[in-house]
Ligand binder design. Structure first.
Ligand SMILES: Nc1nc2c(ncn2[C@@H]2O[C@H](COP(=O)(O)OP(=O)(O)OP(=O)(O)O)[C@@H](O)[C@H]2O)c(=O)[nH]1
Ligand SMILES: [Mg+2]
Ligand SMILES: [Zn+2]
Length: 448
């Protein structure tokens, strides 16, 4: 960075969202733009060369060795692009984890689609796509599900690959690493937000990842494929739990008289031991953060119980009160009502104890603060459109019928807790914990 660029206050340390290396802003590399400077020692033959600049234009752009002004920055370790916003805004890493087919990609797409308007209209926050090129996969997901011309054209999201375009390959030292690509969205107070004057301090660059579920299966990750190691940096873990993969849930859903006809409940569909997936992730986090075996994870574990449209008939209570979890105050700003989230979490925990108690044991065994939030990304079951080349059911949706529910709540909760944990004023105000009815989670929290 040049002296003139220092007029913008930069963070003392910048974190690469691809390999999580931390460095001073002056160590950040630039990406050449001259057509002859193609080929980089770490990022690969198809990428422009990364370099530490010595010459700058008057508006503080680095000049590459052919004298071309440059715009993009890169990590000195893995050479992946580093978004400029990460030099000014603290990152907020959020990991989405879960078994294959649990609904991670649908969750991510529908959450991104829904949360922006809620943040701006109710919370007076600007939620922006900070990396239009890097976020293209998610933008395509959102377009597929919500921007349709013809409702008869059934849609689906492809299964997330275990390698390929969704990942960044880098040669670091003598090793070829497979790294996850981050998706970046900035969250900043708008003019009407009470923290607008402290915009620089409270704004965050949210870094999300969409892994293939296979990466969370035992033994999938090695030192050369640290594709899920964002979990160690995450301020909240969002575990996607899919009741349609749990045999007791499947039996109960099939036998329930109003029951769901979701094809995912059919005998023979692939299921994974989800409690083991969570325990494996917990072991990896403990290893990466140097926690002892008996210590509990000190950040929130949000268990997102997906596909509510399928298992809702098993509840004897309505969960409609969750629609009131964001309330508008007289002064025109919104509040997240933790007591409602907690009440619903208790109901869901009871249900899980009945049909899938191993996930509750794994979650409670790992983290000090656990909350269960039901969501449905699609609001309804997929339609069988045929079978794919591998003989698996080709499940698709009528795009006009997709109606996500509550998908924004886990994100709002994570954003609220991230602010509260850092001891900063939170971007998402919430009812005070003391107002919340005592429950198992809160009793535990006070004890610790
Ligand atoms: N009924 C119902 N089905 C859903 C919902 N969300 C996703 N699905 C179905 O779940 C399947 C898997 O969803 P994905 O989001 O691709 O799952 P994933 O966790 O990203 O899977 P991998 O990429 O393989 O790890 C899809 O075939 C969808 O049809 C939901 O809210 N309700
Ligand atoms: Mg996926
Ligand atoms: Zn890096």
């Amino acid at each position: 960075m040049t002296e003139s660029e220092r007029t913008i206050p930069l963070l003392p340390l910048v974190t690469c969202p691809t390999c999580w290396h931390r460095c001073a802003p002056e160590e950040i590399l630039w990406v050449a733009t001259h057509s002859s400077l193609i080929g980089d020692s770490r990022a690969g033959a198809a990428e422009y060369r990364r370099f530490l600049p010595t010459l700058f234009t008057v508006d503080a752009r680095a000049l590459d060795e052919k004298g071309e002004p440059c715009h993009e920055l890169a990590c000195p370790r893995c050479h992946a692009i580093v978004n400029r916003g990460l030099l000014e805004m603290e990152p907020l890493f959020l990991s989405i984890l879960g078994a294959p087919s649990s609904g991670k990609s649908f969750y991510l797409a529908t959450m991104i689609h829904t949360v922006g308007s809620m943040l701006s209209q109710q919370f007076r926050l600007r939620f922006e796509n900070a990396a239009p090129r890097g976020n293209q996969t998610i933008t395509e997901y959102v377009k597929t599900l919500f921007d349709y011309d013809d409702r008869n054209q059934l849609v689906k999201l492809e299964k997330t690959d275990v390698a390929g375009n969704g990942y960044f390959q880098s040669r670091v030292g003598e090793q070829d690493l497979l790294l996850p690509r981050p998706y970046l969205y900035s969250v900043q107070p708008d003019d009407a937000h009470p923290l607008h004057a402290r915009c620089r301090e409270v704004s965050r660059m949210v870094c999300l990842y969409d892994n293939a579920g296979e990466h969370f299966l035992p033994g999938a990750v090695t030192a050369l494929t640290p594709v899920i190691d964002h979990m160690a940096r995450s301020e909240a873990l969002l575990f996607i739990y899919d009741p349609t993969q749990e045999s007791a849930f499947r039996r109960a859903c099939r036998s329930c008289h109003q029951g769901s006809l979701d094809p995912q409940l059919e005998p023979g569909t692939n299921t994974y031991p989800q409690a083991d997936v969570l325990s494996e992730a917990a072991a990896r986090v403990k290893q990466l953060t140097g926690m002892s075996a008996t210590e509990k994870f000190d950040r929130p574990l949000i268990v997102i119980v997906q596909k509510f449209d399928v298992w809702r008939y098993l509840l004897d209570k309505s969960l409609n009160l969750l629609d009131e979890a964001v309330s508008m105050e007289d002064n025109g700003t919104a509040t997240l009502r933790l007591e409602i989230l907690q009440q619903v979490s208790d109901v869901i925990e009871d249900l899980l104890n009945r049909y899938g108690s191993s996930i509750v044991t794994a979650a409670r065994g790992f983290a000090r603060e656990v909350i269960f939030i039901p969501v449905t990304a699609t609001g309804r079951s997929p339609i069988i459109a045929g079978t794919d080349a591998n003989g698996r059911l080709d499940l698709r949706f009528d795009p006009s019928q997709i109606a996500p529910r509550w998908v924004e709540l886990p994100f709002l909760y994570a954003l609220h807790r991230a602010g509260a944990r850092a001891g900063k004023a939170s971007l998402i105000p919430a009812t005070r914990l003391s107002m919340v009815a005592p429950s198992e989670v809160l009793r535990r929290e006070r004890k610790d």
